[in-house]
Design a protein around this ligand. Structure first.
Ligand code: TYM
Length: 349
């Protein structure tokens, strides 16, 4: 089997939550053994909306610590903060001259974030996907493991790569594939099962943050929205062992909590449902709380050790930056040649 090149990233904005962990970070861990991976804390993306500078530094370190605590091997795979690998911003500019305004205007995430205030958001919020395309294409990534909400951005990356190749009549950029796998590709809010769990939801009770205390996890799960019916029987699953769209529509909160359990326990849905079918939610919620606490406590402990040794963490990031730069600068150098830039005095290659 050919080695894949994997790249993914997380924005250092707000609290890292169970959706980020189950939808992305945890899946990265299993990809390390056979593939070359790059994992980045995308601070350039974060500033597309206002960030308090001190808070941004803290969040950047926290996300890097979460990657490592979850099991990323920094000796094999660079973990780095995006802003320090200059090629990201430089390629993003070139790609912003390839992408079309109409493509960017159609991005769901831009529409959701800009809302009715489109004239007043930063230019960066609109051009954000060209930066994401640069993140991916700089490493010639073949696969991008993300949650479902990022699918459209990866499709756009493919469109940009294709147009670049066509415009210059060269087959240069690799077409990246999204990797959207597992039972938790779209973890929903604990308060409303039709809304995505999100860092920006004003209600902290809508999400489990990776650093929540045991008491808080217990309280959030206890208060999580459910309905008055018991846990359904596995017979309700479709032929692939998945929830039907009917159940997702009628009992979205139940579907979400069972998906979370299945993802954290690493157990297929039918086994989880076998165990709880016919039970009251109070019983299931106690078990879900125990499972979450049991799973998250060692990660929290590792994160806190890493965050208490800031010099070590910064050294890890610096090493990651050095390694990432080598690959990224080579691509940028090629792109300069393809586009027709003369590299006068730029000695970094
Ligand atoms: P971000 O920071 O919003 O989210 C980080 C990762 O978490 C996933 N995710 C979820 N998965 C399941 N359920 C949820 N409720 C949920 N919420 C978030 C996201 O899909 C993502 O995988 N644009 C990206 C960051 C980025 C990036 C990249 C990703 C920048 N450059 C290059 C991959 C490759 C973002 O805002 O993710």
């Amino acid at each position: 089997m050919q080695q894949k090149i994997i790249l993914s990233g997380v924005q250092p904005t707000g609290n890292l939550h169970l959706g980020n962990y189950l939808g992305a970070i945890r899946n990265w861990v299993g990809l390390q053994a056979k593939n070359q991976c790059y994992f980045t804390v995308v601070d350039l993306h974060a500033i597309t909306v206002w960030q308090d500078p001190k808070h941004l530094q803290q969040q950047t370190r926290e996300i890097a610590a979460a990657f490592i605590a979850a099991g990323i091997d920094v000796h094999q795979h660079p973990v780095f903060n995006q802003s320090q690998v200059e090629a990201h911003a430089r390629l993003a500019w070139i790609l912003s001259c390839i992408a079309r305004v109409g493509w960017l205007n159609r991005m769901i995430q831009f529409r959701e974030k800009a809302g009715k205030d489109r004239e007043n958001v930063s230019v960066g919020l609109l051009t954000y996907p060209t930066l994401m395309a640069a993140d991916i294409l700089l490493y010639q990534a073949t696969h991008v493991p993300v949650g479902e909400d990022q699918k459209q951005h990866i499709e756009l990356t493919r469109d940009i790569a294709q147009k670049f190749n066509n415009d210059f009549g060269i087959s240069y950029f690799t077409m990246p594939e999204p990797m959207i796998n597992g039972p938790a590709t779209r973890v929903m809010s604990l308060r409303d099962g039709t809304k995505k769990m999100s860092k920006s939801d004003p209600s902290d009770y809508s999400r489990i943050n990776l650093l929540d205390t045991t008491d808080l996890i217990q309280d959030k799960i206890r208060k999580a929205k459910t309905d008055m019916y018991p846990i359904p029987d596995p017979g309700i699953l479709d032929n692939n062992g998945q929830f039907t769209s009917d159940l997702k529509d009628t009992r979205p909160e139940v579907v979400n909590l069972l998906n979370i359990y299945s993802a954290v326990a690493n157990q297929p849905l039918h086994l989880v449902m076998n165990e709880f079918a016919g039970r009251e939610f109070s019983f299931f919620k106690n078990r879900l709380t125990d499972l979450l606490v049991h799973h998250l406590t060692p990660i929290q402990k590792k994160m806190s050790d890493l965050l208490n040794d800031r010099n070590n963490l910064d050294t890890i990031l610096r090493d990651g930056v050095e390694k990432a730069r080598k690959t990224a600068n080579k691509t940028l150098h090629d792109v300069h040649k393809i586009v027709g830039f003369i590299e006068t005095g730029y000695k970094n290659f």
